[in-house]
Design a protein around this ligand. Structure first.
Ligand code: MF3
Ligand code: CO
Ligand code: CO
Length: 332
């Protein structure tokens, strides 16, 4: 069992100092959760945030841009008009273009904050608003989730290191609609184990998309994703799901990536939602850093994710945020 010093980060991954976190309970001899006993050292720790990036006044903004509070409107997302679909396609294409620019900049030595600057500027250049910025108080324009970070990593002063894997998650608000996508890529050369996790996670997203069709139960998406992950010995994160998307960043229906036997939703033509499976090499359980955003795997095992926004069509699904060729496979 690795014993941190008083001022080291706590073994639990909270990001707090050991003395402010689990030191007292350890001294009382309380048992740690099973994952904690085999816990690795974190590869990512909270860094320094740059000043808030500004969005020019002429860019149309979502309802939360000033207040940080998201709208409560719940829309019947299956009756999507042609005009709404056209606007969703533009928002999705913009998110794709921004994500491509961010992924192309990933290399050893670049900080996640520099990637955030690229996402922010690229979004504004396209006339869009970077949806994460001030969404429920989120401080940046991009999410960067490195190694054991499962989701919602906040870009900061940490330089990427060769051997890291990083998920970059871009959402753009354009023409009154949100488009949301993410990919995991390699920083320099990575281990064969990391490569395998990333590949299987990508396959899970494709398998989920490929069962989407009007009339199919929504929980089939989670069923096929969970089956593929488990067949490779990986776990599916349960604390975060895909989601309906459109005028609002997150709305009904949520889309679990594991099988929810009792979920009554049926897929209907015109629905727009994301599928965004997160796979962990170890436990599916997550822990939250003190920033209340960054989720890490509870055993600090490696985690990967991919995300597309899709439109349900007559015969299946149209991917609104790009294609079936991920960045990590290009040129291989
Ligand atoms: N893009 C993320 C998703 O896939 C949401 C990020 S919320 C933020 O749903 F506030 F962290 F940006
Ligand atoms: Co999403
Ligand atoms: Co996303």
């Amino acid at each position: 069992m690795n014993q941190p010093k008083r001022n080291d980060p706590c073994w639990c991954g909270s990001g707090k100092k050991y003395k402010k976190c689990h030191l007292a309970s350890d001294e009382r001899g309380e048992t740690r959760p099973p994952e904690a006993r085999a816990r690795k050292q974190p590869t990512v720790r909270p860094g320094v945030l740059s000043p808030t990036r500004l969005v020019p006044a002429h860019i149309p903004k979502p309802e939360y841009a000033e207040s940080g509070r998201r709208g409560g409107r719940s829309r019947d997302c299956k009756k999507t008009s042609e005009d709404e679909i056209a606007r969703m396609r533009r928002a999705g294409a913009a998110a794709r273009a921004v994500l491509d620019e961010v992924l192309a900049a990933v290399r050893p030595g670049i900080t996640t904050d520099a990637l955030d600057a690229i996402a922010h500027e690229a979004t504004i250049r396209l006339g869009g608003y970077p949806s994460p910025l001030n969404y429920m108080g989120y401080p940046k324009s991009l999410c960067t989730s490195v190694n054991e970070v499962v989701v919602h990593g906040i870009p900061d002063s940490r330089p990427l290191e060769a051997g890291d894997i990083i998920n970059c998650d871009v959402t753009v608000y354009l023409d009154g609609m949100h488009g949301d996508c993410s990919e995991t890529v390699f920083v320099g050369e990575v281990s064969p184990e990391a490569e395998r996790l990333v590949r299987v996670t990508w396959e899970c997203l494709l398998k989920g998309i490929d069962v989407v069709k009007p009339g199919v139960k929504l929980n089939v998406v989670g069923r096929v994703i969970e089956a593929h992950a488990k067949a490779h010995g990986y776990s599916i994160v349960r604390d975060f799901t895909g989601h309906g998307i459109g005028e609002l960043f997150h709305m009904d229906p949520y889309v679990a990536h594991y099988e929810e036997r009792r979920n009554p939703w049926v897929i209907q033509e015109g629905m727009t939602f994301t599928i965004e499976p997160m796979l962990n090499m170890g436990t599916h359980r997550c822990e939250m850093w003190a920033d209340d955003w960054t989720a890490v795997s509870a055993d600090l095992s490696l985690s990967a994710q991919f995300e597309h926004t899709i439109l349900v069509t007559k015969g299946g699904a149209e991917i609104l945020t790009g294609g079936r060729e991920p960045f990590f496979l290009k040129g291989r």
